[in-house]
Design a protein around this ligand. Structure first.
Ligand code: IPE
Ligand code: IPE
Ligand code: MG
Length: 260
């Protein structure tokens, strides 16, 4: 992301939002399973890793669009706890890619007031990547713009087990009464602490599954699946997902006030 920093004379987010969308009813938080990089490359006769490189460009522009259009948080699934089962070369390529992108993009993330966090079991990542992550997290922590969460070595089940362990330790040490554990205190032990749950989940490449992503947080997310492979994801496809979202009737287990 490189462009001039936002100034007070910039257009407001709602004026940048496409006119087909209702800027007052955008999701506050969008989560995305960026899938199909390998198939995108294969369709072009290219190695899978070229798809991952192209996927980075799609993520950068999606972050820009979400920020410009007034979406408060974007959470992207970059590497799952299950992705370690891929060939070593592909895993190594991805780790090096993450390192390179962080180094290259940190300054513009700072300038654009993005607050970046990495969600997942970060101890399991290469040392250099961990250092870059720590630096980026610290340097952007006080930024006032979009919350950008990158799920790296992330698994929803592992996150839930971790939360249970953290609460159990507090209970065992006598600082927590187990009777007081409720949904709010449980959610505070998740990686996503501080962000509200995603309103919209987008999955690319036509796969209708969650793949161990945000198992707790997606409880009431609206789900939009597009056949587009992640590297081809662009403003138009994002707009279609948001239009789909805006046509949904979210009931949260209650009754529809309009039709009942
Ligand atoms: C998503 O694309 C990126 C990661 C999981 C790292 P894939 O690599 O899963 O691409 P496909 O699904 O094989 O096409
Ligand atoms: C989900 O995609 C993980 C990421 C996008 C990082 P996968 O390609 O790993 O998911 P499956 O294997 O098709 O379920
Ligand atoms: Mg995939």
């Amino acid at each position: 992301m490189s462009r001039t920093p936002a100034t007070s004379t910039d257009l407001t987010a709602s004026s940048l939002c496409p006119p087909e969308l209702d800027s007052a009813r955008l999701p506050a938080h969008v989560a995305v399973i960026m899938d199909g990089n390998g198939r995108w490359a294969k369709a072009r006769g290219l190695p899978r890793v070229v798809g991952h490189q192209a996927g980075v460009e799609a993520l950068k522009s999606t972050l820009r669009q979400c920020s410009d259009w007034g979406i408060g948080a974007l959470t992207a699934y970059a590497f799952s706890t299950e992705n370690w089962s891929r060939p070593g070369d592909e895993v190594n390529f991805l780790m090096t890619l993450f390192e390179g992108v962080l180094q290259k993009e940190l300054r513009s993330l700072e300038e654009e007031q993005v607050r970046i966090r990495f969600l997942g079991d970060l101890d399991g990542l290469p040392e250099k990547l961990q250092q870059l992550i720590d630096d980026a997290t610290e340097r952007t922590a006080k930024n006032s713009g979009i919350h950008f969460n990158v799920c790296t070595n992330y698994g929803g089940r592992r996150e839930l087990v971790r939360a249970a362990q953290r609460l159990a330790k507090q209970a065992a040490s006598g600082t927590l009464d187990p009777e007081t554990i409720d949904e709010n205190s449980f959610a505070r032990e998740l990686f996503t602490v501080g962000d509200q749950d995603p309103d919209l989940l987008i999955r690319t490449s036509g796969e209708y599954r969650i793949s161990n992503f945000l198992l707790w947080q997606l409880a009431y997310a609206e789900i939009h699946v597009t056949d587009v492979f992640w590297p081809d994801f662009n403003a138009d496809v994002l707009k279609q997902a948001l239009l789909d979202y805006q046509g949904r009737n979210r009931r949260f287990g209650g009754l529809d006030p309009i039709t009942t």
